[in-house]
Ligand binder design. Sequence first.
Ligand code: NAD
Length: 513
Amino acid sequence: MTLATLDLAADVKTILGDLGVKPERYTGGTLAVRSPVTGAEIGRLPEDTAESAAKAIDAAHQAFLEWRLVPAPKRGELIRLLGEELRAAKTALGRLVSIEVGKITSEGLGEVQEMIDICDFAVGLSRQLYGLTIATERADHRMMETWHPLGAIGIISAFNFPVAVWSWNAALAIVCGNSTVWKPSEKTPLTALATQAIFEKALTRYIAEGNSAPKNLSTLLIGGRDVGEVLVDHEKVPLVSATGSTAMGRTVGPRLAQRFARSLLELGGNNAAIVAPTADLDLTLRGVAFSAMGTAGQRCTTLRRLFVHDSVYDTLVPRLAKAYQSVTVGSPLEAGNLVGPLIDKAAFDKMKASLEAAKSAGGKVTGGERIEQDGAPDAYYVRPAIVEMPEQTGPVKEETFAPILYVMKYSDFDEVLRLHNDVPQGLSSSIFTNDMREAEIFVSDRGSDCGIANVNIGPSGAEIGGAFGGEKETGGGRESGSDAWRAYMRRQTNTMNYGRTLPLAQGVKFDVI
Ligand code: NAD
């Protein structure tokens, strides 16, 4: 089937219809959504206003007041059901992700699998929201810490992980006793509608099992930046977890700080890898190619800078260039294509501008040209680009959200570590080496300064078990696994006196009347 004959709007209608989403939620509105696969319009959603968003947040706060009273393991049961509903809807939601974002089929399905995995994680977590018992200096006392939910949690997400990011936040926030209010990217509201419908199915089953849960436990706001701002400024939202560009974080972070609300910022990445003299070059080639070209370079963890030791440069780089030339670019819905489209024309224009700037800085560009598709003049497919740079200058120090890999030569390990860390953004990183000392130094305190540091595996992709992210520019976000749950709760220290006296500080006397 050629792109010209694809009717993706009809596909969207079937998928959303099967999930119980009414057509008026995605037709006849003001927010137009285009599929990057064909460039054609696939939905038009009614948008929230500042007033409707504020009202929805108030309702979510009311939901929180009820939900916090439900014991945590019972809250976990809702997330267990959500995991089941996501398993049942995996194929449909995965396809919708591919249609709305342009991810190849396996990546669309992989994104839904991450949602399922975080649900499993959160179910176990619902029985492990541990606090410490702390040794106290006072006789007949016990001191302990307890963790309490925060309130209605704001979630702002980026287009490139349209549903997984919500689940990383929501699964944890909900077992922790919070409600959630989600403002997805204005480029990907259809997958959000589908996800909300899946959540509501789980909620219906939860209530049918004899449990009670408030309405508005999970709320969806549709709109752009202005609607996100309502979430950021609303006094009833104690934490906003915002995923997106560094530019967005720079606005959102200070606004939240101004009203002393918490922020969890997961922002951009200008991720690098080092290829050392002892690297297994076959493994390196696969690791580099996947991390740099996967999702058409539209991952926060995409590999963007590659430092290759001069002893292996002439062996590795021509092989890499060959892999770049041979990779199949085309419809993400067709098996065999490894690289799908860019999200839109603006992304293509930025890629072109970065390649021009790299050329001006002395870079040698291979690839990067647009690959036009029959019957889809508004879709932007590109051949991933390799740019051999004389040094780390110009656009190399910025995150361009497109498949551009800047390659540079190095000869000294300490110097390459310095260059590796010499960009403001730093999310993920890796080293390919079989030298144990280099590997250990890379993950040590004097090694990579990123939130993720890998050895013999590329920087892209993450498992939900580890806390994700930790962009150095922001001091680190970290959603998902490990002890990320603490961000969604407040810690309380309790001192219990089971004695008959009240010990006061030494020398203090109170005459009580
Ligand atoms: P973006 O910053 O343009 O938008 C992200 C979200 O923020 C959208 O929902 C948008 O409406 C909202 N937004 C923008 N300005 C806002 C404001 N002032 N107040 C409130 N909300 C606002 O990002 P994008 O183009 O959708 O996504 C790509 C970027 O996201 C890349 O930089 C990528 O690295 C980053 N990203 C990071 C992670 C991570 O976990 N670190 C994951 C995915 C994407």
